[in-house]
Ligand binder design. Structure first.
Ligand SMILES: Cc1cc2nc3c(=O)[nH]c(=O)nc-3n(C[C@H](O)[C@H](O)[C@H](O)COP(=O)(O)OP(=O)(O)OC[C@H]3O[C@@H](n4cnc5c(N)ncnc54)[C@H](O)[C@@H]3O)c2cc1C
Length: 404
């Protein structure tokens, strides 16, 4: 599957940080993790810390899938507003999902601190009304979140203009959010996994897997056999190939980055910015004072078309972003695009699917806050392998499909 168009910024900036060996012999382990993107890396780290023996394989270089294309805004705010989730699943589950995401950011911060050098920065998050007729919806959303303990301020037009230079009828300003370099995070996590006794192999694709009593047997493209008690499919958007049931929809998403700017970026210095329209435009700064802007999603993902559109989409993003932040030079220096999958309700899937039975666990961190979901998934799947449950196990399982 062609996951990206152009060379993503993180890989170009960081280069090939670590070379992991190709698997060349049979292996026995507790958990085979297929996929060394941010999801596989967080799961491998969580499972290793829990004392499990893991083997991580990736058919590409480590972090070379969607993770290298990610703009890596870390938000507790799900693409589906809390009020919409409440309508679908009731108060308790809507609040559970939002709280889990907020907690995940704190956990990612702790993890990033322990690894060092992954450009992790706590940020605020500004969600502005794209249209005047979204105003009441945002006011209600802010109220609902505050009732449930989230620190959210509803900004009026004047305050928004004065603090952020953005013209809109209202916006919600949240205290919880962050940004990081997802590529460095993966490399550093997997080095840690390896130091703790786990195995990590790139350029090692899983050609097939079969369940057997008490476990799974997988075979690599080059014929090595891996015996594991559990198989975790952290294969990103390629996971869908292994399920007959359609659980998500693929789109193309576009992004670009500016050159490093001198001086203050105004509100962007400490705030992630996104909007209430769907698809939405979003912005953040990077550790080296560039502005990263993304959005302009296509409804379907056609890699050839995506390749052709990268530059014109970057220009459209620039035009829209420049309208909001006229004082900054937002000229694109580098643009790229990637596949991006979304579920119907904006929530991820973590766990077993009836098609493969209880020993094959899927990690589908799909949606706008994929990375935040990956953190939650690492906890859910570690608990599952340990025979424990997690507060989000049920809500983020395939069982939810019966309720959609
Ligand atoms: C343009 C763009 C912007 C985004 N912005 C954000 C954002 O701001 N915030 C956010 O939270 N999320 C964002 N996302 C989503 C986020 O990037 C993804 O949720 C995340 O990177 C998915 O990580 P992953 O590890 O699940 O998948 P991947 O990074 O794709 O990793 C899966 C790995 O599995 C490997 N694999 C697949 N099949 C096999 C096989 N058979 N054998 C061996 N290996 C295999 C692949 O080679 C790949 O490396 C964005 C995505 C895109 C494309």
């Amino acid at each position: 599957m062609d996951l990206k168009s152009g060379y993503p910024f993180w890989a170009v900036r960081n280069g090939l940080m670590t070379a992991f060996p190709k698997l060349q012999q049979d292996v026995k382990c507790d958990v085979l993790i297929v996929g060394a993107g941010i999801t596989g890396a967080l799961i491998a780290n969580a499972m290793t810390s829990a004392g499990l023996k893991v083997c991580v394989v990736d058919k590409r270089d480590v972090a070379w899938g969607s993770t290298s294309a990610s703009t890596a805004l870390l938000q507790y705010e799900i693409d589906t507003e809390m009020q919409d989730l409440r309508e679908r699943y009731g108060d308790a589950d809507a609040v559970l999902a939002y709280r889990a995401c907020a907690a995940a950011i704190g956990k990612l911060q702790k993890l990033a601190g322990s690894l060092g050098g992954v450009d992790f920065q706590p940020m605020k998050s500004l969600y502005y009304a794209s249209h005047w007729y979204h105003r009441q919806r945002l006011v209600d959303e802010g109220e609902l979140r505050r009732q449930n303990g989230f620190k959210v301020t509803t900004l009026d037009r004047e305050t928004l203009k004065a603090c952020y230079g953005i013209t809109a009828s209202t916006a919600l300003l949240s205290e919880v959010g962050a940004e990081m370099d997802p590529y460095q995070m993966v490399h550093k996590l997997l080095r840690r996994v390896r130091r703790a006794g786990g195995q990590v192999h790139d350029h090692t694709g899983i050609a097939e897997f079969k369940t057997r009593r008490g476990g799974v047997v997988a075979t690599t493209g080059e014929g090595c056999r891996i015996d594991a008690r559990y198989l975790v499919m952290a294969a990103g958007y390629e996971n869908e190939r292994h399920l007959q049931q359609k659980v998500a929809r693929n789109r193309s998403s576009y992004a670009y980055i500016t050159d490093a700017l001198t001086g203050s970026l105004g509100g962007l210095d400490d705030t992630l910015v996104w909007e209430s329209a769907r698809p939405y435009i979003y912005m953040r700064r990077t550790g080296d004072n560039r502005v990263l802007i993304g959005g302009e999603d296509d409804d379907i993902d056609v890699p050839m078309r995506r390749d052709l559109l990268v530059l014109s989409k970057a220009k459209t993003l620039q035009r829209k972003a420049q309208k909001l932040l006229s004082n900054l030079d937002l000229t694109p220096a580098f643009a790229w695009a990637g596949t991006f999958a979304e579920t119907e309700d904006g929530l991820p899937f973590f766990g077993a699917h009836t098609q493969h039975g209880p020993r094959v666990l899927f990690a589908m961190a799909y949606g706008g806050n994929g990375i935040t979901y990956s953190q939650i998934g690492s906890e859910i799947l570690t608990a599952t392998v340990q025979g424990k449950s997690h507060a989000c196990s049920k809500l983020f399982s395939f069982e939810r499909l019966k309720r959609i």
